[in-house]
Design a protein around this ligand. Structure first.
Ligand code: HEM
Ligand SMILES: *[C@@H]1O[C@H](CO)[C@@H](O)[C@H](O)[C@H]1NC(C)=O
Ligand SMILES: *[C@@H]1O[C@H](CO)[C@@H](O)[C@H](O)[C@H]1NC(C)=O
Ligand SMILES: *[C@@H]1O[C@H](CO)[C@@H](O)[C@H](O)[C@H]1NC(C)=O
Ligand SMILES: *[C@@H]1O[C@H](CO)[C@@H](O)[C@H](O)[C@H]1NC(C)=O
Length: 494
C-alpha cells in the first residue's frame, strides 16, 4: 500500500516535471502562456512582431516562450547575434529547415548535404556567372515591360503597385532561372506559373504553422500539384534554356539519390526561395518613393546622371557596363527593406550551450529547444539604433558626404548589423547581389522610362499583413493604386 502511494506520487511528480517545465536560475526568463501545450502559438501566429515586442517589454532582450509544444528562446540584442549565428556546432540550422521543408513543400531529402548544395549555389551567384545572370535579367525585364506597356502608348495605365511589381519580377526571375526563353512553346507561360504561385504563397504561412482548415488543405494540395506539373521539365537538360544553376541543382539532387518526385518538389522550394522576396521588396521601395516626393526626386536625379553618362558613351545597358555606383538608390533600398524585411533566424539547440550576451550575462540554452533571432525588432526598428524607426528616410544610410553609411550605435557601441534583410553568416541569402541588381534595374527602368503617379495623390502606404512576420519580406494588406505611361523623351529603351 505504502509502495503504491509512493509510486503514484512519483508518477505524478514525473508528469509535472516533464510537462510543467520550470525555469532554472541559469536559463532565460520562461513565459509559457496560459493555454496548455499551445502556449503563445495563437498570438505568435497572428502578429509575431507585436507579440515579441510585448515579451521584450516584460522580460528584456532574451526570454523563452512556449508555442505549440516547443520552447523557443528569443534573442533580441543585436550585439549578441553572432553568438547564435556563428555556432553551428551547438545551434543547428538544418534540422528546423528540414521540418519546414516537409511542412511547406511535402519534401524529404534524406541524403541531402546542405553544405554541398550551398557551395554549389554560391558558385552560381558570383563572379562571371553573376554577370551573365545580371545581363539575362536586364534583358527579360525590358522585354516584359515593353510587352506590358509598348513605348508608343500614349495613355495612362492603372495598376496595383504590389501586383504589378510582384508579377513582373516573378515572371522575369522565373524566365531567368527556370523557364528559358519567352515564347518558347515547350515552356509553360510564366503568367500561369505566377497565378498558381500566388495561391500557394497565400497559404504558405498556414502550411508552415500547420493551421490549414480542411478545405484550404485541399486547395494547397491542388495548387502544389499544378506547380509540380509546371516545374517538372525545368533544369532537366542544360540546353532547354533553364539556367546552369538550376541544371546544376537538379544534377546534385540526382547524385544524392533523390527521385524525380523529390526533385520536382525541391524545385518548388527553390522557386519560393528565389522569387518570393524580390517582387515584394521592389513594391515597398517604389511605394515609399511615390509617397515621399523628396526621396523620389533624389533617386531620379541620381538615375538621370547614370542615363546621361550612358547616352554619352552610347551604351545600351547603363547599369551593366562599368560598375555604376548609386549610393542614393542603395540607401533608399536599404531603408525600404529595413522597414519591411522580417525573417526569423532560427536554430535548433543540439547540445546544451551557455550563451554569453554583450551585457555580461550568461544563459543556458537547453538541448531540444529552438533559438530565434528577430532582427526586425532590433536592429531594424530599434529606436536606439535608428531614430524615428517607423519613418521612411531615404538618406538614412548616407553620410553627409554622400557615401554609404554603415556606422550605427546601440548603448554607445557600434552595431555589426544595422539591418539584416538577407540574414547573416554562412546561412545568409546566396542571391543577395543578384536580388539587388534585379531591383535596381527594375526601379531604374520604371523611373527613367515611365511617368509614374499615384491614382490618389494623398494615398498612404498600405498596412502590412501581420500574419507574415517571420517569413522574409512582408506583404501589404490591399494595394497601392498607381498609373504609368511611357515618357515622351524615350522612344525606346536605352
Ligand atoms: C529581396 C530579395 C531577397 C531577400 C530579402 C532574401 C532573403 C533571404 C533570407 C533571409 C534567407 C535565409 C537566411 C537565413 O536563414 O539565415 C535567404 C536564403 C536564400 N536565398 Fe534569398 N532573399 C532574396 C532574394 C533571393 C534571390 C533573388 C535568390 C536567388 C536567385 C535567393 C536565393 C536564396 C537561397 C537559395 C537561399 C537558401 C540558402 C540556404 O540554402 O540556406 N534569394 N534569402
Ligand atoms: C560558374 O559556374 C560553373 C558551373 O556552371 C562553375 O564551374 C564555375 O566555377 C562558376 N564560376 C565561378 C567564377 O564561380
Ligand atoms: C496584376 O498585374 C498584371 C500585370 O501588370 C495584370 O495583367 C493583372 O491584371 C493584374 N491583376 C490584378 C488582380 O490587378
Ligand atoms: C495575409 O496573409 C495571409 C497569409 O499569406 C493570407 O492568407 C491573407 O489572405 C492575407 N490577408 C490579406 C488581407 O491580404
Ligand atoms: C550584378 O549586379 C549587382 C548589383 O547591381 C552588383 O553588385 C554586381 O557587382 C553585379 N555583378 C556583376 C558581376 O556584374
Amino acid at each position: 500500500m505504502i509502495w503504491t502511494v509512493f509510486l503514484l506520487v512519483h508518477a505524478v511528480l514525473l508528469y509535472f516535471i516533464l510537462t510543467h517545465r520550470t525555469r532554472s536560475k541559469s536559463e532565460p526568463p520562461l513565459d509559457k502562456g496560459v493555454i496548455p501545450w499551445l502556449g503563445h502559438a495563437l498570438e505568435f501566429g497572428k502578429d509575431a512582431s507585436k507579440f515579441l515586442n510585448r515579451m521584450k517589454l516584460k522580460h528584456g532582450d532574451i526570454f523563452t516562450v512556449r508555442a505549440a509544444g516547443r520552447y523557443v528562446t528569443v534573442l533580441l540584442d543585436p550585439h549578441s547575434y553572432d553568438a547564435v549565428i556563428n555556432d553551428p556546432e551547438s545551434l543547428d540550422f538544418t534540422r528546423y529547415a528540414r521540418v519546414l521543408m516537409e511542412r511547406i513543400f511535402s519534401l524529404r531529402l534524406p541524403h541531402h548535404q546542405p553544405n554541398t548544395a550551398k557551395a554549389m549555389m554560391r558558385k552560381h551567384f558570383m563572379g562571371v556567372n553573376l554577370t551573365t545572370l545580371n545581363g539575362t535579367m536586364s534583358r527579360h525585364l525590358r522585354a516584359l515591360l515593353t510587352a506590358e506597356m509598348p513605348p508608343n502608348q500614349k495613355h495612362w495605365k492603372d495598376e496595383g503597385l504590389f501586383n504589378f511589381s510582384y508579377s513582373l519580377l516573378f515572371k522575369a526571375g522565373y524566365l531567368v532561372l527556370f523557364g528559358g526563353e519567352q515564347n518558347n512553346n515547350n515552356s509553360p507561360d510564366p503568367s500561369s506559373v505566377y497565378e498558381e504561385y500566388k495561391k500557394f504563397d497565400g497559404l504558405l504561412t498556414k502550411l508552415a504553422r500547420g493551421t490549414l482548415k480542411p478545405e484550404e488543405k485541399r486547395t494547397a494540395h491542388r495548387v502544389q500539384q499544378r506547380l509540380w506539373d509546371l516545374l517538372a521539365p525545368a533544369g532537366l537538360t542544360e540546353d532547354s534554356g533553364s539556367s546552369l544553376w538550376l541544371h546544376g541543382y537538379r544534377q546534385l539532387l540526382k547524385e544524392e539519390g533523390a527521385d524525380v518526385d523529390a526533385q520536382i518538389k525541391a524545385l518548388l522550394m527553390q522557386l519560393w526561395a528565389t522569387q518570393g522576396n524580390v517582387g515584394p521588396a521592389a513594391f515597398w521601395l517604389l511605394g515609399y518613393l511615390l509617397t515621399n516626393p523628396e526621396a523620389l526626386i533624389a533617386v531620379k536625379k541620381e538615375f538621370s546622371h547614370v542615363s546621361q553618362a550612358a547616352a554619352a558613351a552610347a551604351s545600351e545597358t547603363p547599369l551593366m557596363d562599368t560598375p555604376v555606383v548609386t549610393p542614393v538608390f542603395d540607401s533608399a533600398l536599404e531603408e525600404a527593406m529595413r522597414l519591411t524585411a522580417a525573417p526569423f533566424i532560427t536554430r535548433e539547440v543540439v547540445q546544451d550551450k551557455t550563451i554569453h550576451l554583450s551585457d555580461g550575462h550568461e544563459y543556458l540554452l537547453r538541448k531540444g529547444d529552438r533559438v530565434c533571432l528577430f532582427p526586425f525588432i532590433s536592429p531594424q526598428m530599434d529606436p536606439e539604433i535608428h531614430r524615428e524607426p517607423q519613418t521612411f528616410k531615404y538618406d538614412r544610410f548616407l553620410n553627409d558626404d554622400g557615401s554609404a553609411k554603415s556606422a550605427f550605435y546601440k548603448r554607445g557601441r557600434r552595431v555589426k548589423y544595422s539591418s539584416m534583410p538577407f540574414g547573416a553568416g554562412t546561412n545568409g541569402c546566396v542571391g543577395k547581389k543578384f536580388a539587388i541588381h534585379t531591383i535596381r534595374e527594375f526601379v531604374y527602368l520604371m523611373l527613367t522610362h515611365y511617368d509614374l503617379q499615384l491614382c490618389d495623390p494623398n494615398a498612404q502606404m498600405p498596412e502590412v499583413n501581420a500574419s507574415r512576420y517571420g517569413f522574409g519580406m512582408l506583404q501589404p494588406e490591399g494595394d497601392l493604386r498607381f498609373r504609368y505611361k511611357p515618357r515622351l523623351t524615350h522612344k525606346s529603351f536605352s
